[in-house]
Write a protein of this length. Structure first.
Length: 127
């Protein structure tokens, strides 16, 4: 025989509290993932455009410096590290991305940074 409490008052409050906690945790996770995807997409576009500008400038040190300033103005703190190089007739940019987080650093278990590499061929040939 199942023994029941005579008074069930307050039992719904505990379930509600756990439900609200689970909702907020999933909401924070969704916001964190959306910010990471947005950061990666934005920096991919900016990195490709900066590399394209450097390649259109002939891949000269002046063109690379101008493209680097352009990238720094637009990317801000999202790009933590930039490495420019030339490979044959191409300009290569490698960036390290650090997406912003809404979660405390102790809860973030995935890599805090990721890297991207952009290569654009210069049609005019590099000097």
């Amino acid at each position: 025989m199942i023994r029941r409490w005579r008074d069930d008052s307050g039992a719904g409050l505990i379930g509600l509290a756990w439900g609200v906690l689970a909702f907020w945790m999933f909401l924070l996770l969704a916001v964190q993932l959306a910010m990471a995807v947005h950061t990666r997409t934005t920096t991919t576009g900016l990195g490709y455009e900066a590399t394209r500008q450097a390649a259109l400038g002939g891949g000269t040190p002046q063109a690379i410096a101008a493209a680097d300033r352009w990238l720094e103005d637009r990317a801000g703190d999202l790009v933590t590290e930039r490495r420019w190089s030339r490979a044959g007739d191409s300009v290569v940019l490698e960036v390290v991305i650090r997406p912003p987080t809404v979660l405390p650093a102790s809860l973030v278990r995935w890599p805090a940074t990721s890297s991207r590499r952009f290569t654009v061929h210069s049609e005019t040939g590099l000097p």
